[in-house]
Design a protein around this ligand. Structure first.
Ligand code: 13P
Length: 253
């Protein structure tokens, strides 16, 4: 059975103290209120990773994720953070290829392929983001756009490696806009993503891959999205900054 995952992406929000407060609120709520068997992940800025990991590792109810990593091992890359550094904090997931990194930092599919290799060889779990901009959606080319992103960054992996990857489909026009994809639009894309993965990795791997939806997901729309057959949870931006809202999404199954 593929895993259900609700992951928060705090993006560039929260000072250290604010982040620790939010993380402990989430941990306490998950401990007391979680209904289902959903894996909860907090995607924090690098500065929080170590302390949030200590906080959650005592419970093992919640996991911690970085929001990016370097494709390099170590060395003269000012401002970058390597996978081994992330691993040393206790974080177990790494978000890769978020559209904000592709757009504002010029991340390419080739760089993302290298980052994936680094994350996988360290035994961490990548959450690989894909998704189309509005003009591509309006032209009706979203499936071929997203499938190309997958081909370019994932199709060099072995089946064993692919089995460790989590995908997040985040249509760019739905991120932070309040404009969620309808459950029908999201389901259609998730199904297409799974079908595309099957062409390379086979049905068994494709069926087992968790594919999360991201883009203006809230407590009020999460259930309708998560109950679609190919949607296995969410990657949550704005609503993950409030523990009560985030918990509402975690319990939306
Ligand atoms: P919002 O939930 O704020 O739309 O952000 C989604 C996202 O980008 C998560 O990575």
């Amino acid at each position: 059975m593929r895993k259900k995952i609700v992951a928060g992406n705090w993006k560039m929000n929260n000072t250290l103290d604010e982040g620790l407060k939010l993380a402990s609120e989430v941990v306490n709520m998950v401990k007391d209120e979680r209904k289902g068997d959903v894996i909860v992940v907090l995607g924090t800025p690098f500065i929080h990773l170590s302390q949030v990991s200590k906080l959650v590792n005592s419970t093992k109810d919640v996991y911690v994720s970085a929001q990016d990593c370097s494709q390099h091992e170590s060395g003269a890359y000012t401002g970058e953070v390597s996978v081994s550094m992330i691993q040393s904090t206790g974080a177990e997931f790494v978000i890769l290829g978020h559209s904000e990194r592709r757009e504002y930092h010029g991340e390419t599919s080739e760089q993302l392929a290298e980052k994936l290799d680094k994350v996988l060889s360290a035994g961490l779990t990548p959450i690989f983001c894909c998704g189309e901009p509005l003009d591509v959606r309006e032209a009706g080319n979203q499936e071929s756009f997203v499938c190309s992103q997958l081909t370019e960054s994932l199709f060099h992996l072995t089946k064993e490696q692919m089995a460790q990857v989590v995908i997040a489909y985040e249509p760019i026009w739905a991120i932070g806009t309040g404009k969620t994809a309808t459950s029908g639009q999201a389901q259609e894309m998730h199904k297409a993503i799974r079908k595309h993965l099957a062409t390379k990795f086979g049905d068994a791997i494709a069926t087992e891959t968790s594919i999360l939806y991201g883009g203006s997901c809230k407590p009020s729309n999460a259930n309708e999205l998560f109950t679609q057959p190919d949607i296995d949870g969410g990657l949550i931006g704005g609503a993950s900054l409030n523990a009560r809202d985030f918990m509402g999404i975690i319990n939306a199954y």
